[in-house]
Every structure is written in structure tokens, then in C-alpha cells.
Design a protein around this ligand. Structure first.
Ligand SMILES: [Fe+2]
Length: 448
């Protein structure tokens, strides 16, 4: 039996200004197992967006922790989510990442299910010499005990004992609104999912998305290219939004952005970009202000890296990326990524979005490879227990405030904690939200 206590893993002493995290939670196999069972498999997990199963019988597959999941729209247009495992022998039924199927046939013994998960056929049933009790059993695909749709963002839980999805998302739902409201037609994933793995713990990705401190040190080649593009006379192939922002400039003055932390482990770090034509949303700037007000429109133009604990990230910085974090092992993580975009944008805006996306994101972009190499460097360092405590949760301690600030007020956003930052701060207190939720979820399993 695993004997660590939570206080051996998360050292959270607000009165002393101390917050430290042990290396053990990043590489210990027993802890990973507990995370899968108690964080991923017993709480709300992001599944995908409704538009991934747009029409009748459209489906996509994903996972909650180690459990395969099928999300399917039935013939009547209703979205359902099931455990993607045949009640017969347990095989995964749907194999494809996405598609359209009225019927899903298990590849093992051909038990067949319709798009509403109902068992339609047990192969050679009449010849099967089943007892009458067999017919009394439910042979359908088991529906997820909890399944929720917040404005097209789909979440599921393998345990019915979860707070309502609205409670889980809380104020952070308003940050999903900033994505969903960019078009009255809704949002979509640009065709071309990119999936990659790195040899590092899943929480490295969780942290990196919220980590303003690393940008200038981990991505120097990208920053040098930005500088070259600004000084060269040749017209850059890709207009980058960073060029119009002070967010990454170490000599920038004044408030450059900040962070918000929310209950249940959700966080946002953000920066001021301004309403700039460097963003493809610029063509809608006037219409969005008329529809939603200037303040909300301006927030849509801000740099926003949003994490919905434990596995969803929406990064709207150099371009717009939706990421699903899929832990595979203590030291292996799969990233499933898409360019997310408002429906109905012009061809020119979509082109700009995709070019910016390629420029920055994914194994072929200029930022993601820097990050994933860094994760793997961290993972190697986590092997040490000479001093198990990591010191990377301390920046911003005296800047963190309970509640919100004037920037959040603009969109009626009320976080649990907030930080206003200049370009040098690189707040790390927002990570605490992840680990306080981590500790809360582990509280029933590990001694305090
Ligand atoms: Fe990075």
C-alpha cells in the first residue's frame, strides 16, 4: 500500500508564504495510478466539442483516463457518450477516431450497437443456448454516468457522484464563452488533428500552458525570428500577433497581463494584445463589440491560455489551439491538438489563422518542440530525491490577491485568486490551483 501523505507531496502553507511540490508526483508509478483512478476516472473530464459529431450518427472516440469512450449522435440528433467497451468480452467497439456509423460492430464477436448505444444484435443468439436470465440483462453500451454539454464543450465522468458541470466549471465557464461567442454560428475544429507524445508527466503540459516565465528562455529562436521579421524589409509570410504585444518584451512597462485561478483547478494566464489586425478575429472586431460589448470583445482579443482541469487547454496566443492532455504513463503523455476557430470566418482570416498556427504550434512549429524537449529534461531531473521539493511555485506570492481585479470585472469574472503582472513577473501562483485541486481529489485516498 502506498504510504506517502499529501503533505509529503504538496507543501501548502499560505501563512508562511510557502508552496512547494514534490518531484514524486511527476514520476512515481503508484501516484500515477491513483491520479488515473481518482482524478481522471472519478471526475469531469473534457471529451471533445459537439461539432466533432455534427450530424446524425456522427461519432468520435476518446478516453477518460484509461477508459475508452465513444461519443455518438443518434439518429434523432441527440448526443450520447458511452464506455467504448463491449459488454460481451470488453473489447473496444468503435476503433476509428471519428466517423459516421448507424451501427457499431464489435470486432471480436460482432455484437452490434446502434448510434444510441442500444444492442441490436448478439451474433447467433438463437443457437447460443442462453438461459432466460441472459435476456433480462442489459446488453447496451453503458452510458457515461455523467455527461454534460456546456455551449458545445462536452464533458463526461465515469462516476455519477460529481458536482453539476456548471458548478465544476464555475466562473471559468465565462472564459469558454469568450471562445464560443466569437461566432454566432459556433466553433469548429479546423481539419487536421495532430497527435504527438512526449516522455514526460502530464502535469508538465498542464503547467507549461500557464507558464509565462518560460517564454523568453525556452523559445529564444522564436523570439529572434520575431525580431528579424520586424527589422527586415521583406514582408513576413506570417504576421505574428506577438509583434504587436509587449507581453514577451522584458523591458515592457506597466501591466502586461496576469492570471486568474478558479476552484476545481482551472486557471487562466492572459496578456494584453489589443484589438489588432494581426489576429484573424479582426474582421469581426466591430460586429463582436456590437453583439457582446466592447469589454468582452477586447477580452476575445487578449492572449488567453486557459486550462480546464485536468485535461483541456485552449491556448489563444500566436493562434488558437485546443489541446486534450491524455496521460499514458508517469513519464509518457499523448497530446491531441486542433486549431479551433469560429465558424463562418472569411477565407482570408482562416488562412491567416492556419499560417499562424503552423508557425507556432505542433511538432512542426517553432514553439511546441522547445516545450516538449523541456518537459523531457524536467522528467529526467525528477528522478532525484536529494531535495524532492521543487521551488517553481513561488513567483508572484506577494502579488496574488484573493478575488478578482479591474480587468476581470470588465467581463463580470470573479476568480478565487488573481495576479496583475508586468512582463517580468511570470506568475507561478496560478499553478497552486492545480495542486490544491489535486490534493482535494486525493484527500480520500492519501492521509493528510
Ligand atoms: Fe512554451
Amino acid at each position: 500500500m502506498f504510504s506517502a501523505r499529501i503533505s509529503d507531496l504538496i507543501d501548502d502553507r499560505p501563512d508562511d508564504g510557502i508552496f512547494r511540490v514534490s518531484r514524486a508526483i511527476f514520476d512515481d508509478p503508484d501516484i500515477f495510478d491513483l491520479e488515473m483512478r481518482h482524478i481522471f476516472e472519478r471526475g469531469w473530464v473534457f471529451l471533445g466539442i459537439a461539432d466533432q459529431a455534427r450530424g446524425p450518427h456522427d461519432f468520435f472516440t476518446t478516453d477518460i483516463g484509461r477508459v475508452p469512450i465513444l461519443v455518438s449522435r443518434d439518429g434523432a440528433g441527440k448526443l450520447n457518450a458511452f464506455v467504448n467497451s463491449c459488454p460481451h468480452r470488453g473489447s473496444r467497439v468503435a476503433q476509428a477516431l471519428s466517423g459516421n456509423a448507424r451501427l457499431h460492430v464489435c470486432p471480436y464477436h460482432s455484437w452490434t450497437f446502434d448510434s444510441a448505444g442500444r444492442n441490436k444484435n448478439v451474433k447467433l443468439k438463437r443457437a447460443g443456448c442462453y438461459a432466460a436470465s441472459f435476456d433480462a440483462q442489459n446488453h447496451d453500451l453503458p452510458a457515461l454516468p455523467a455527461f454534460g454539454d456546456y455551449r458545445g464543450f462536452l464533458f463526461g465522468s465515469l462516476d455519477a457522484d460529481v458536482p453539476p458541470l456548471e458548478t465544476h466549471l464555475g466562473e471559468a465557464a465565462k472564459l469558454l464563452d469568450l471562445v464560443a461567442d466569437q461566432s454566432d454560428e459556433g466553433i469548429e475544429l479546423v481539419p487536421g488533428a495532430v497527435t504527438f507524445t512526449f516522455h514526460g508527466n502530464w502535469k508538465l503540459q498542464l503547467e507549461n500552458c500557464s507558464d509565462a516565465y518560460h517564454f523568453t528562455s525556452t523559445h529564444p529562436s522564436y523570439i529572434r525570428i520575431l525580431e528579424q521579421r520586424q527589422t527586415s524589409n521583406t514582408k513576413a509570410a506570417v504576421k505574428s500577433v506577438w509583434e504587436s504585444s509587449d507581453y514577451w518584451r522584458e523591458d515592457a512597462k506597466g501591466v502586461a497581463g496576469g492570471s486568474f485561478s478558479f476552484p476545481y483547478g482551472h486557471v487562466l494566464n492572459w496578456g494584453i494584445f489589443g484589438v489588432t489586425e494581426a489576429l484573424p478575429l479582426y474582421e469581426r472586431a466591430v460586429a463582436l463589440a456590437e453583439r457582446h460589448g466592447v469589454a468582452k470583445r477586447d477580452w476575445m482579443f487578449n492572449m488567453r491560455n486557459l486550462s480546464i482541469f485536468p485535461n483541456l487547454q485552449i491556448a489563444e496566443n500566436a493562434s488558437s489551439q485546443l489541446r486534450v492532455i491524455q496521460p499514458l504513463a508517469p513519464d509518457k503523455t499523448e497530446m491531441r491538438t486542433w486549431c479551433i476557430a469560429p465558424k463562418g470566418e472569411s477565407r482570408e482570416a482562416r488562412r491567416q489563422r492556419i499560417r499562424q498556427y503552423e508557425d507556432f504550434f505542433n511538432p512542426s512549429g517553432m514553439a511546441t518542440p522547445d516545450d516538449t524537449v523541456t518537459y523531457e529534461n524536467c522528467q529526467r531531473g525528477f528522478a532525484s530525491r536529494v531535495d524532492p521539493w521543487l521551488q517553481g511555485y513561488a513567483r508572484g506570492t506577494t502579488a496574488a490577491r484573493e478575488g478578482g481585479n479591474r480587468f476581470g470585472e470588465l467581463i463580470d469574472l470573479h476568480p478565487a485568486f488573481s495576479v496583475l503582472a508586468d512582463a517580468q513577473l511570470g506568475d507561478e501562483t496560478l499553478f497552486r490551483s492545480y495542486y490544491r485541486e489535486w490534493a482535494r481529489r486525493m484527500a480520500g485516498v492519501l492521509a493528510p
